[in-house]
Design a protein around this ligand. Sequence first.
Ligand SMILES: Nc1ncnc2c1ncn2[C@@H]1O[C@H](COP(=O)(O)OP(=O)(O)O)[C@@H](O)[C@H]1O
Ligand SMILES: [Mg+2]
Length: 339
Amino acid sequence: MPDHRLPDHLQTDTVLTAEQRASIFTDVPHSPGASKPDPILLVDNVSRTFGGLKAVDVAHLEIQRGCITGLIGPNGAGKTTLFNLLTGFDRPDSGTWSMDGQSLGRMYPHQVARRGVVRTFQLTKALSKLTVLDNVRLGATGQRGERIVNTLLPWTWKAQERAVTERANELLARFTLDTKSDDLAGSLSGGQRKLLEMARALMTEPTVVMLDEPMAGVNPALTQSLLGHIKSLRDEGMTVVFVEHDMDVIRDISDWVVVMAQGSVIAESTPEHLSSNSAVVDAYLGSHHDQALEFDDEGNPVGATAVLASALESAEAETLETGGDLSEPDITDLRRENS
Ligand SMILES: Nc1ncnc2c1ncn2[C@@H]1O[C@H](COP(=O)(O)OP(=O)(O)O)[C@@H](O)[C@H]1O
Ligand SMILES: [Mg+2]
């Protein structure tokens, strides 16, 4: 068994046992917007319209602390848009949301991250011309790209730089990428890039991690260990929201499942009861759902997905070159295709 434990400074104190997690949901009604015993995230009346289309229209949603919530729904259901809104990468037309009573609205992604909520992208945004280590270091809170590029660091930054590098190395070891730390990220397989992106997200020591299809395009040989990593985040007290198409994965990993369709939450349930929920069967399980993005066996994007991936990477590189902060939303016009 690989050791998935986080370094001590990344541990939080809200760790639940499997029995505690199972009992949390016994009294939670299987209905959209259901109240949870100890919600860490509260979402109210969040809506986002593109043209005439309501991409997101969530009346009420509560995410239980310390558990894995699986978020499922057909392509175009609004899952990615909801993630974008909650983490400051997009602005809603209406609505409020909060973590532990503190509003997270009207914030930029790096401010949301500083409050403990981070997300990963459906398409990874690793910078292929930077090393694996530098890609992870970029995840540090408030880290500006120019600091990585700048070789003449003021001495006051040196201690911070050392701490950042140390933490990055710990996370690379955890995700078994430590032997690759000096390689260019461009040499990694798609699956390894997913791990790299998780390592990068964890640099901010988050309390809530939102993963947008982290398994998509990952080589089957890597999926089991990726799932192990995700469970271990939960087992160390983090709250995980996890978008995934594969129902076997969802049943295996989720403590609770939220189903979206056409922008709204249409059902909630324990994973065991999903297939007995007729709304879920109608909206989701009854039809065939392909991945919107295409990957080869190595997990590398192909076709239109490859074009989009390289456009996303150029946008990031440009942000860095101009001294910008990677967490600033600068990919608005690309987001439509990244759905
Ligand atoms: N930036 C955008 N501009 C216009 N339409 C968008 C944009 N982003 C998403 N959409 C649309 O919003 C809907 C929800 O998309 P998305 O949140 O990506 O769904 P999911 O992640 O569940 O597949 C889709 O119809 C998609 O085409
Ligand atoms: Mg999506």
